[in-house]
Design a protein around this ligand. Structure first.
Ligand SMILES: [Mg+2]
Length: 412
């Protein structure tokens, strides 16, 4: 299948490089030259790392303990989604200058409909992409990478190709050449199991997938696979969703890639899902009122539990607490698990939550009063007489000298 022309459709994907770590670098200039790792809430896994931390071997999902052993000189910071959300907002307002039609795909990446923008700016796509990168760098102090192509899927693959701070332009006539070097697992939407299936049919590169028979693709991957196949062939099936309707739910679920009863591994996966879920809620200005946690058993059966939150929120602390509560209720030591997931439901827009402002304040005041009372008791009877239940496992862990052995830099 051949694209009609070089630019019958143009979509840009702009993706911030090492976003959370880069945000921290802006407000911590004293960390210049140091590798930066952002940790998960409570669990102390690395959820984001700067490029120099990555170069030294730190991977996303690595435990704080292992990362610290590998790169002791790095700064390890707690996550702050409120702050990342603010930087994200500034970044999207810059994108908006280059195209009126933008979609916030996640907290640090967006799609821009670029049709007609060459005429408007009297510039080619490469120059526009470079302008976007330079504006973000100059005005915010972080770098982004840009991919421009005929379709969303191609643009997203392209933005990955010259990271960090790179531009990749794929005109219609270059698609074939471009895809010949891309392994199929780099196609968004091709996970581990689809990759394994395609490998059985000798399809290893994105170029081979794009040239595969349409009927075979439908048979192997169904409708979803066909959409990807068309997108890779330059036919835009997925458009830039400028005002997506309020979703019914936001979910993060995945197979763990192993079958295990190890609580720490499952908690690590849930922790990563939680961070990604919160990142999406913050990016889309959504609040969740209920959180469901699922564990998939070895037998493919699944168990789940829904937690109703006190009020709609996208706070990492609150959602993490709900996830922990559900997990403790669901997890059984003698059972083997293969996957897990989190679903946020009963969603509302942040903007509509102002009506509930009193409710928020009420709850926060109640919590503040409670904390004051706890502090008083602790002052009289000694520290840790009263502590939140969620701190108990931490106290236990600190006895093993894992979590509190190293000072955490507190970000303000
Ligand atoms: Mg990114």
């Amino acid at each position: 299948m051949r694209p009609l022309s070089n630019w019958h459709n143009a979509i840009a994907h702009v993706d911030a490089d090492a976003f959370y770590a880069s945000c921290e670098a802006i407000r911590h200039p004293e960390l210049k030259g140091k590798p930066i790792c952002v940790l998960s809430n409570q669990n102390a896994f690395v959820v984001a790392k700067s490029y120099d931390a990555k170069a030294k071997g730190v991977t996303t999902g690595m435990s704080f303990y292992d990362a610290r052993k590998l790169v002791p000189e790095a700064a390890y910071l707690p996550p702050d989604f409120r702050y990342y959300g603010q930087i994200s907002g500034k970044m999207f307002s810059i994108f908006k200058r280059y195209s009126p039609d933008i979609e916030a795909y996640s907290i640090d990446e967006g799609f821009l409909d670029m049709n007609g923008m060459r005429m408007l700016w009297h510039k080619g796509y490469r120059q526009i992409a470079d302008d976007i990168r330079e504006s973000v760098k100059r005005e915010i102090g972080i770098t982004v990478s840009v991919g421009i192509a005929n379709t969303r899927t191609l643009a997203k693959i392209a933005s990955e190709c010259n990271k960090p701070n790179g531009t990749t332009i794929v005109p219609g006539k270059r698609i074939e050449r471009f895809l010949s070097d891309i392994p199929i697992e780099d196609i968004p939407g091709i996970g581990r199991s689809r990759m394994a299936l395609l490998h059985k049919f000798e399809i290893r590169m994105a170029g081979e997938f794009a040239k595969a028979d349409e009927g075979l693709v439908r048979k192997l991957l169904g409708r979803h696979g066909l959409i990807l196949w068309r997108e890779l062939n330059g036919q835009a099936v997925l458009s830039v969703e400028t005002e997506p309707p309020l979703p019914k739910s936001v979910a993060r679920t995945a197979s763990m890639g192993e079958i295990t009863a190890d609580k720490r591994i499952i908690v690590a996966h849930l922790s990563r899902h939680t961070m990604r879920l919160i990142s999406e809620l913050v990016a889309k200005h959504l609040l969740a009122h209920r959180i469901s946690v699922f564990l998939t058993l070895k037998s493919f059966e699944s168990v789940g539990m829904e937690i109703r939150l006190d009020y709609p929120t996208n706070s990492l602390q609150r959602v993490s607490a709900a996830v922990r509560q559900a997990f403790s209720a669901l997890y059984q030591e003698d059972v083997l698990y293969r996957g897990c997931g989190i679903v946020a439901t009963h969603l509302s827009c942040e903007s509509s939550a102002t009506e509930d402002l009193f409710g928020f304040m009420h709850e926060d005041i109640r919590q503040a009063k409670l904390m004051l009372a706890v502090n008083e008791i602790n002052e009289v009877h000694g520290n840790h007489t009263v502590a939140p239940a969620s701190a108990l496992p931490l106290r236990k862990r600190s006895e093993h000298k894992i979590r509190f052995q190293y000072p955490l830099l507190r970000a303000h």
